[in-house]
Design a protein around this ligand. Structure first.
Ligand code: FAD
Ligand code: NAD
Length: 467
């Protein structure tokens, strides 16, 4: 039986990054993936294809609604969804092939098949034709997550779908009903609304993207109205029925009132994701899941069994690719005897709609709840020269700083390319910068990053300039 220092089950951004770091640190490493391609949810049916659809649909939307203002007149432009979908598939292929190359380059053994525990040091790999067993000193569970189901909703994967199927559609729905106004709902809802679909969103809470700073959800909803999206907030879905090519989503107002029925040709269920541990055989090693189905770990990412660890979506915390990656690297370094640290407070949350949304550190709601005295500084993109030049004027940057020390505690942003500006917030906060520190640093003109500096100026002593 082949023996390894580390065996990782699952090849998403948690697993493959952990494998590479283990190999770099001199460990004999293997990775097991049940699907034929590596990269997990993120590369195959998550981050990468969704961003590819977002970019294509944004170009189409701009062509239809903004090019004429730039003096670019296009006649007889057509939408070829099959080509759009084929480009997305090609982007995915380039990325998953890239991971396979990295595994080879780092001499990591790749097994294709379902990994399950035989005991705390032995894993069975159920391949297409036969089973194989391997041994390891340390085992990492990086099996990720899958879409949540909802009582009363049967996901038939044809008309009642999850993000996985939505990312592979080769037609533009006429009417799409999205259950859940969270990140997937807003990103995929934007994709189809830009391509001409009438999108309706049913959200249980009183705001879209409700886990982010409330100011952001309000501004995003205002912006997305331009895509003609209908929002049914504070509505609880009671069931979905399908008749042929039609689906009907039934919902009732959370606080009482008249039930509604929304018809569509597709229904996208996007109410969150749940950890995935099916078929892992955790019972064989005595690991029990927590109340949310997650694998419990301590601060060293170690499970209740000393040589078994877990990272990424399958454990507590944000279900984000960059969080999984940080854990993958930190775990490999801990196994090599190093003492890495992850600052979970500074894992950015980003929504890749247009305008983009990004939140780093505390929200206003958190600071209020924790009774921390803070001050705010905001700057609207409409006052920025760069934003006017590109006609992307929706949104703002809001800095939350400690009232006494001026240390930046949170950066909440909505606007053009704020996903990329999130990095400036992380750097500033990791080095515990004050708002004045940033306000005194030169930011290239004209760039979107000037809005960051201006918001810091506003937080310092209301000194923002208007351009
Ligand atoms: P996964 O990526 O889920 O990988 C787990 C892997 O383990 C899978 O390949 C699975 O097949 C495999 N596996 C499971 N069980 C076994 C087993 N027993 N044996 C062998 N293999 C097994 N995050 C971001 O940060 N940014 C984004 O823009 C973003 N966009 C997203 C868009 C969508 C539509 C979705 C659904 C998610 C998105 N996410 C995004 C979330 C991101 O994809 C996840 O947080 C990330 O993939 C988690 O990584 P992971 O390594 O923990 O697990
Ligand atoms: P989400 O948690 O972002 O949003 C789910 C939404 O559904 C919430 O607003 C919630 O209030 C609502 N909801 C829950 N139950 C409901 C019900 N019965 N009826 C109506 N609304 C209901 O989850 P998601 O959008 O499914 O995405 C899953 C996860 O995938 C995200 O939390 C995130 O971690 C990850 N993801 C990240 C990105 C990114 O980083 N850009 C993109 C997509 C997905």
């Amino acid at each position: 039986m082949e023996k390894f220092d580390v065996v990782i089950i699952g090849s998403g951004p948690g697993g493959y990054v952990c494998a590479i770091r283990c190999a770099q640190l001199g460990m004999k490493t293997a990775i097991i993936e049940k699907y034929p391609t590596l990269g997990g949810t993120c590369l195959n049916v998550g981050c990468i294809p969704s961003k590819a659809w977002l970019d294509s649909s944004e170009l189409y939307f701009k062509m239809q609604h903004e090019f004429d203002a730039h003096g670019i007149m296009i006649k007889d432009a057509n939408l070829d969804v099959k080509q759009m979908s084929a480009r997305v598939a090609n982007v995915v292929k380039q990325n998953v092939d890239g991971i396979a190359f990295l595994m080879k380059k780092n001499k990591i053994t790749v097994y294709t098949g379902l990994g399950s525990f035989v005991n705390a040091n032995t894993i069975n790999i159920k391949g297409e034709k036969e089973d194989e067993q391997i041994e390891a000193n340390n085992i990492v569970i990086a099996t990720g997550s899958k879409p949540s189901g909802l009582h009363g909703v049967t996901i038939d994967k044809e008309r009642v779908i999850t993000s996985t199927e939505a990312l592979k559609l080769t037609e533009v729905p006429k009417n799409l009903v999205v259950i859940g106004g969270g990140i997937i709902g807003m990103e995929m809802g934007s994709v189809f609304a830009r391509l001409g679909t009438k999108v309706s969103v049913v959200e249980y809470m009183d705001s879209i993207i409700p886990t982010m700073d409330r100011g952001l959800g309000k501004e995003l909803q205002r912006s997305l109205r331009k895509l003609n999206i209908d929002f049914y907030l504070k509505h609880k879905v009671t069931g979905v029925t399908r008749k042929g090519k039609k689906v009907t989503v039934n919902a009732e107002p959370k606080d009482g009132g008249k039930p509604i029925a929304i018809e569509g040709d597709y229904c996208l269920l996007a109410i969150g994701r749940v950890p995935y541990t099916e078929g892992l055989g955790l019972e064989k090693v005595g690991i029990t899941l927590d109340e949310k189905g997650r694998v419990p770990v301590n601060e060293h990412l170690q499970t209740s069994v000393a040589n078994i660890y877990a990272i990424g979506d399958v454990i507590k915390g944000a279900m984000l690719a960059h969080k999984a990656e940080e854990e993958g690297v930190a775990l490999a370094e801990m196994l090599a005897g190093q003492k890495p640290h992850i600052n979970y407070n500074l894992i950015p949350s980003v929504v890749y709609t247009w305008p983009e949304v990004a939140g780093i550190g505390a929200t206003e709601e958190m600071l209020k709840e924790q009774k921390i005295e803070y001050k705010t500084g905001s700057f609207p993109f409409r006052a920025l020269g760069r934003a006017r030049a590109s006609m992307d004027m929706d949104g703002f940057i809001k800095i939350l700083a400690d009232k006494t020390t001026d240390e930046i505690l949170g950066v909440q942003m909505i606007g053009p390319r704020v996903a990329d500006l999130a990095a400036e917030a992380v750097v500033a906060m990791e080095f515990r910068a004050s708002a004045e520190d940033i306000a005194r640093m030169s930011h290239a003109h004209p760039t979107y990053s000037e809005a960051f500096k201006e918001a810091c100026l506003a937080a310092t002593d209301n000194r923002a300039l208007s351009m």
